[in-house]
Design a protein around this ligand. Structure first.
Ligand SMILES: NC(=O)c1ccc[n+]([C@@H]2O[C@H](COP(=O)([O-])OP(=O)(O)OC[C@H]3O[C@@H](n4cnc5c(N)ncnc54)[C@H](O)[C@@H]3O)[C@@H](O)[C@H]2O)c1
Length: 272
């Protein structure tokens, strides 16, 4: 058991945990000694992954949770209360990343992106705060470098992640005196099964050569374990970038695809 876990087994709830980054975070927390509720709108898939983790000796459960639905949140938090009796870590990871500019994004897409990526996190915080306050726990919002470095064609996504950054900092200040911390993990491009499917749809067997900010779900999980640990007790209201320095670049497009440095900006980043 790592220092991430307390003496009595601490507990975590991870959204969007059936696959990808959420599963990486849930796995890392379980390996660090946390009891974990793997929640996802795809509840059956979450249960399959939870069964695999239980077979490996971890104390995890699964639940169906649609983060856009307050009743669904009440149900998930009630499971945590009943089965774990405490909640130390809430990970708002569920998210979608649709394409679209300010003009091509329609109302339905805007509402869906903001409902999942932004409102969903708030609903989770609201439902979980009584337990988080009791445990002096931590909120981890999974953002993106797109929270603060924008890319053409990711309009509703970029806006939602920028909003999530604002929420992260608002919560950090609002609940400081309750001992509840709130931080954001902002990964670069993460190698997940769904991202690989996206690459395949573009006819590519792998990620484009030269991408400098490729990250793994395991690396995101390790960051979550650290931010949830007593070692991070004074870390509040920050963004932890996992992007090999991309966010710090003056010309992020060049850093992202160094082989396209001679091209005008839009072409440089068009395939991202
Ligand atoms: N993959 C990347 O390159 C990358 C980079 C930066 C940030 N992120 C962020 O990381 C998070 C996870 O991304 P991922 O790549 O693992 O995605 P993914 O598509 O592999 O997994 C997302 C999970 O969220 C679930 N989900 C979708 N809508 C939901 C809802 N309404 N309620 C509950 N669960 C829901 C899906 O069922 C799925 O299991 C997202 O917030 C995403 O914006 C991803």
């Amino acid at each position: 058991m790592s220092e991430g876990a307390q003496t009595e087994q601490a507990a975590a709830l991870v959204t969007g945990a059936a696959q990808g980054i959420g599963l990486g975070i849930a796995t890392a927390l379980a390996q660090a000694g946390f009891r974990v509720l793997l929640s996802d709108v795809a509840g059956a898939l979450a249960e399959t992954e939870a069964a695999t983790l239980r077979a490996a000796g971890h104390n995890v459960l699964a639940a169906t949770l649609d983060v856009t639905d307050p009743d669904s949140w009440s149900h998930a938090v009630a499971i945590v209360q009943e089965r774990f009796g405490r909640l130390d870590v809430l990970v708002n990871n569920a998210g979608i990343s649709p394409r679209g500019t300010a003009e091509s994004t329609d109302l339905a897409l805007w509402d869906l992106t903001l409902a999942i990526n932004l409102k969903g996190a708030w609903l989770g915080v609201r439902a979980a705060l009584p337990l988080l306050k009791a445990a002096r726990g931590v909120i981890l919002n999974i953002g993106s470098t797109r929270a603060s470095r924008q890319m053409p064609g990711l309009f509703s996504y970029g806006v939602s992640k920028a909003g999530l950054l604002g929420m992260t900092q608002q919560l950090a200040v609002e609940y400081l005196h309750d001992g509840v911390r709130s931080n954001m993990i902002a990964p670069g491009w993460v190698d997940t099964a769904n991202e690989r499917k996206l690459q395949a749809r573009h006819g590519r067997p792998d990620f484009p050569a030269g991408v400098s900010n490729l990250t793994t779900p395991e690396q995101v999980g390790a960051a979550a374990v650290y931010l949830a640990s007593p070692a991070a007790r004074v870390i509040n209201g920050v963004v932890l970038y996992l992007d090999s320095g991309l966010h710090a670049a003056d010309d992020a497009g060049m850093v992202f695809f160094p082989d396209r440095a001679g091209l005008p900006f839009p072409q440089r980043i068009e395939e991202a």
